[in-house]
Design a protein. Sequence first.
Length: 343
Amino acid sequence: MANSPPTPVPPASPGMRRRGFLAAGLVGLGAVAAPAAAGLRTSLGGGALRVGDTVDEHNPEVVSEKYFLTRLNALTGGKLTGHVYPNGVLGSHDRMNEQLRNGTLEVAKSSMANLEVYDRRLGIFALPYAFTDRTSLYAAQDGELGKRLGAILERKGLRLLGWFDSGERNIYNTKRPLHEPGDIRGLKIRVQSNQIMIDTFNTLGAQATPVETNQIYSALQQGVVDAAENSLTFYVQQHHNEVAKYYSYTRHFYSVDPLLVSDQWFRSQSASHQDAILRAGHEAQQHERELWVRSDAEYLKTAQGSGSHVNEADTEAFRRAVAGVYTRHKATFGSLLQLTDWR
């Protein structure tokens, strides 16, 4: 959701010590990919492709990007090699998207929020409760919805390689557990600069407050905001569990991060290499989905162990409470809405 987390920002703390342990765990999850990917880094040459990302090397998405390169190397008999550049080394999502479009960067992971500038329909995953569960989400992405969104992206010079899962988004705050919509009323909640997301939380009676990702920790700590929303992996990796002890499963959004290849660069490749790129992208998608689900499960244990109070919310009540969001935004998405679970 984007909404992908950048380099962690809080100062040294017990959470930082936990981070080393957790990061090692995620590396373990991706161990199947790491050795071969490390080998790719030693074989860089003028023709090596680059994969850009904004999150750190232990994130399941970066682990899966290394897996993509490993598979691509194998499928092309070593003719296509490359290197992953995490931590925003190649720039922000917006900058990398433009590099993809003009052919000066080969591959990058983006966020749907950063792609809406090209076509507002690409913001469909920001609609609250658009999908009932991951099974439904994945089926839509792998089916007609994914094909139609992929076609929109291709017309903008961006070819879809796979849909990365960056987590089920839930609300965490410094005040109290959230069980029903009324519990969020009056809370100042950090949101991304996305009009649908802002509308969603204002509709719930909260005060939606856009804050940059690397400022969320201090904003929670200083009371600039009372709450934020994101996946368990993000919540713990960014140490927000140190300052916001209440994590409630509201399940209002799913974060979706597409892995993209420059259409200009892709078309310059041979037919066999194009097939290999698409196949490696699909395999990386499946790999990343498995890693992320396992990651959230591990971080749930960590959050509870650090003193976080985790509870289930009445998601059906929250869903009913935001029905007006669809009324106000349905014209943007037209027939695409029929490919979601919203009824």
